[in-house]
Design a protein around this ligand. Structure first.
Ligand SMILES: [Zn+2]
Length: 448
């Protein structure tokens, strides 16, 4: 019998990782009473909510088993052993036979992408529908677990191969050959993305924290990410790797129009006309937008790089669509939209007024004050007020889409390279090498 097992919130800020747990469950399948029948799904949820661990990722494993109850119990016992409850993990696990028979789950996925979901309501609905669940801590992970089981290939999607470190390496620097990352990028782009930041000359494939992830290669098909991974050279014996189907790189959290007045921690987009745009401290750009009759504050923070530089060229009268997440009010600001990307829909005309020239000597006249006319500083020639010249300044911005620099991307951010290359509703079979675990079986059992 086929079923989907959703797992979420097993990690904490101090380490561990929900995808590592899924990798451990899948690695065990060769000598357990279940098998994995499709790519495990790595499902990223609303990145703009505060109570989340590093990446706000849930995982869904498609499992086939004759012993559903035993399989669920063995997954739950692995979750119990590998969850970092002592450091704040609030794990949740759900098991479903067919997500289509529980229609409310689709709305849980969409709500968990765009806003804040009430955990009790989801728990009640799961109970009413007879869905088996398991939870640790406050069980907040039930929301992500329930959300993850409805994400599949019918949505825009990408793949990621994640390679895992052996436990003795956790917390040590990750050593790999940078030139092999560049070579891989040049040979596989645009079928892979976000491998290397050529501006800062830094790899983007590896995290920096104490977690078990060595690196991740993101791309459009399972075959591409595996081939790209095999091009990399690194100096570490890894525990293994697994390929995931994922909603990363799709902007899935930005598809809905934001509600007005703004709701804290929601994600989405807003359209409107710029009332004013000016730089603030720290190089951040602040924009007041008039949208659907309301005035909305937006910020384009300095670390967004390219996006911040483009946003500095916006002026009042420009029409834009701003995509991003709503920050809660702080001492310095009310609620504001933290821009992740901006589409310039139309540009206002930029004009400048300049004083007239002296008709005797050609020098630019000096204003004598408001409504007092102009006078030449050299020969004393005078001109009336109202003779200012209006000049049109060519805009240095064009209508179109502006994105943040790759280093500022969140997991869900759709990179420029994927525009027009959205995934078709195509299901790839598991390929040779989609899962590798170099830990021998007895050691694996001990490590669980
Ligand atoms: Zn003059």
């Amino acid at each position: 019998m086929k079923c989907l097992v959703g797992i979420d919130d097993t990690d904490s800020s101090k380490g561990f990782c929900t995808t590592y747990l899924a990798f451990k469950v899948a690695s065990q399948s060769s000598h357990a009473n279940f098998r994995v029948f499709g790519y495990p799904r790595l499902v990223r949820l609303n990145p703009n909510i505060p109570f989340k661990t590093r990446g706000n990722a849930a995982v869904c494993l498609p499992l086939e088993t004759e012993e559903v109850k035993e399989t669920f119990e063995s997954v739950c016992s692995i979750v119990e052993r590998l969850s970092d409850v002592g450091n704040g993990a609030n794990s949740g696990v759900v098991l479903l036979h067919d997500p289509r028979t529980v229609p409310f789950l689709r709305s849980v996925y969409l709500a968990a992408l765009h806003g804040v979901v009430n955990k009790e309501r989801v728990a009640n609905q799961l109970r009413e529908n007879g869905v088996p669940t398991f939870q640790l801590g406050n069980g907040m992970g039930l929301v992500g677990a329930a959300a993850s089981v409805t994400f599949d290939e019918s949505y825009d999607h990408t793949y990621e191969l994640i390679a895992y470190r052996r436990r003795d390496f956790w917390g040590t620097p990750r050593r790999f050959d940078l030139t092999s990352v560049q070579a891989m990028d040049q040979r596989t782009s645009p079928d892979t993305f976000n491998n290397y930041d050529y501006h800062k000359e830094r790899p983007l494939i590896a995290p920096h924290g104490p977690d078990p992830v060595f690196l991740g290669v993101r791309g459009s098909t399972p075959g591409t990410v595996l081939k790209a991974f095999q091009m990399l050279r690194y100096e570490e014996d890894l525990e293994g790797h697994m390929i995931y189907l994922t909603n990363q790189g799709t902007d899935a959290h930005l598809e809905h129009e934001l509600e007005l007045p703004l709701k804290a921690y929601s994600s989405g987009w807003l359209e409107g006309e710029i009332v004013s745009a000016r730089p603030g401290p720290g190089g951040h750009q602040y924009i007041h937008l008039s949208s659907r009759g309301a005035r909305v504050d937006c910020a384009v923070y300095e670390p967004t790089g390219d996006l911040n530089r483009s946003a500095r060229l916006l002026i009042s009268g420009d029409r834009v669509r701003i995509m991003g997440g709503v920050r809660r009010p702080s001492a310095r600001h009310g609620k504001l939209v933290n821009a992740e990307s901006i589409e310039v829909l139309s540009l206002a005309r930029q004009r400048t007024m300049s004083n007239p020239l002296c008709q005797n000597c050609g020098l630019r006249l000096k204003s004598e004050g408001r409504a007092k006319g102009f006078e030449c500083q050299r020969c004393g020639w005078r001109a009336r007020e109202g003779t200012k010249r209006i000049r049109r300044i060519p805009r240095r911005l064009r209508a179109g889409l502006y994105l943040s620099s790759p280093r500022a991307h969140r997991h869900l951010t759709k990179p420029l390279i994927r525009y027009g290359r959205e995934a078709a509703d195509e299901v790839y079979p598991l390929i040779d090498g989609w899962l590798r675990s170099f830990i021998p079986v007895p050691e694996l059992a001990r490590s669980l």
